[in-house]
Write a protein that binds this ligand. Structure first.
Ligand SMILES: NC(=O)c1ccc[n+]([C@@H]2O[C@H](COP(=O)([O-])OP(=O)(O)OC[C@H]3O[C@@H](n4cnc5c(N)ncnc54)[C@H](O)[C@@H]3O)[C@@H](O)[C@H]2O)c1
Length: 350
């Protein structure tokens, strides 16, 4: 049995907790949040006995094998390094860190410790991504040389720490962009990034005055302050000359919320979102092929369960990690590069 403690018991933690409870090889050993009342309430809800308010006590316990880190972005790298050095396996929510420098420290700690470090790139475990990957692995798309990813919210600033740049590292780019950039980058074969052009804008603010539309909120929702961007876009070029175009927003005058991811290869193309679709060519005819999979649900078709199962398996068998620190580091180079390109008003070479 793998004994796990979940650290950070806000909105996303339930997905981790429920998935650990459903895994027969895992014992949900304890729960930790610096908000003691929240920790006690969650412990009562899930019937967990060990309650912590300081992650250091979790790391110091010889009974704990692994941790899920579901705290603010600012704490990810520090908690991950301390957990790894204490001999724990780590599943850390995305983004791995707030800067490239921090991500390098985590990658170093993971290498030195030999423990599993998995970044919470949950979308890799979605049925749509896994089915598409199986076609890509069979070379049905050929060389993927272009991809486009877009996740646009009209009103979707989660408030609280998410909109405090000091604790989040940024807005929709580091929060949502990390997911869709990783999905495309992973399916493109994880090419090394070469150059980035990008822009971030903050013209609309958090639009918290808008009524009649609900959206994801931090556990300690507070809309009174907002220091993050509300839109980011970028063109990312890789060493193999493939490229990825991306845009993400918390606030935008767009007709409706949108999510799309498209990949284009020398033999075929694909849409990962909004619905899985393959674009093929046969007998001088273009075919739009719809793989039949379950419709998308809130947990991305059990992707959280598959992510947690993969983490537990890696911890119990010695790996490899399905989303290692090196992947988190490469993504941080891209995210930081986009912010830098926007600030410096020029293409950044990496
Ligand atoms: N994979 C996904 O789809 C997904 C979705 C939402 C959020 N997330 C990520 O999950 C993380 C948490 O997001 P959330 O929406 O649950 O936030 P949240 O604000 O709802 O919860 C964060 C919790 O962490 C606690 N916390 C913060 N620092 C702590 C520390 N040092 N020690 C102990 N507790 C601490 C807070 O008290 C709070 O209860 C973020 O990194 C976010 O990017 C991932």
């Amino acid at each position: 049995m793998l004994k796990v403690v979940v650290i950070g018991l806000g909105t996303i933690s339930d997905m981790h907790i429920k998935s650990y409870v459903a895994n027969e090889q895992v014992e949900l050993y304890g729960l930790c949040d610096m908000n003691e009342q929240r920790a006690k309430e969650k412990a009562a809800t899930y019937d967990v006995r060990q309650v912590y308010t300081d992650p250091e006590d979790v790391f110091a316990s010889p009974d704990v094998d692994a941790v899920s880190i579901c705290t603010w972005n600012k704490t990810h790298a520090d908690l991950a390094v301390r957990a790894l050095r204490a001999g724990k396996h780590v599943l850390v929510e995305k983004p791995l860190a707030m800067t490239v420098k921090e991500a390098e420290l985590v990658a170093e700690a993971a290498r030195e410790s030999g423990n599993i470090l998995q970044v919470g790139y949950v979308r890799r475990f979605g049925t749509n991504a896994q089915v598409l990957k199986s076609f890509i692995d069979k070379d049905r798309l050929g060389d993927i040389y272009y991809a486009k990813a877009s996740l646009l919210r009209r009103v979707g600033n989660p408030g609280g720490w998410f909109s405090d740049k000091e604790r989040s590292g940024g807005g929709p780019l580091i929060d949502l962009g990390v997911h869709i950039i990783d999905s495309c980058w992973y399916l493109m074969g994880r090419p090394k990034v070469k150059a980035i052009t990008g822009h971030v804008y903050d013209h609309l603010g958090n639009r918290s005055h808008i009524k009649n539309l609900s959206f994801y909120k931090a556990a300690d929702y507070d809309a009174s302050a907002n220091s993050v961007e509300d839109l980011a876009n970028a063109l990312i070029t890789f060493e193999n000359c493939s490229s990825l175009m991306v845009d993400v927003s918390y606030s935008l005058h767009t007709k409706k919320d949108q999510l799309s991811m498209q990949l284009f290869g020398t033999k075929g193309g694909a849409e990962l979102e909004p619905e899985l679709l393959l674009v093929m060519e046969e007998n001088d005819t273009i075919l739009n092929v719809e793989p039949q999979i379950d419709q998308r649900t809130f947990d991305f078709n059990g992707a959280f369960q598959k992510q947690i199962d993969a983490f537990a398996e890696a911890c119990l068998t010695g790996g490899p990690s399905p989303a290692p620190a090196e992947d988190g580091l490469e993504l941080m180079k891209i995210l930081e590069g986009i912010y830098q390109a926007s600030e410096q008003k020029k293409t950044v070479q990496l």
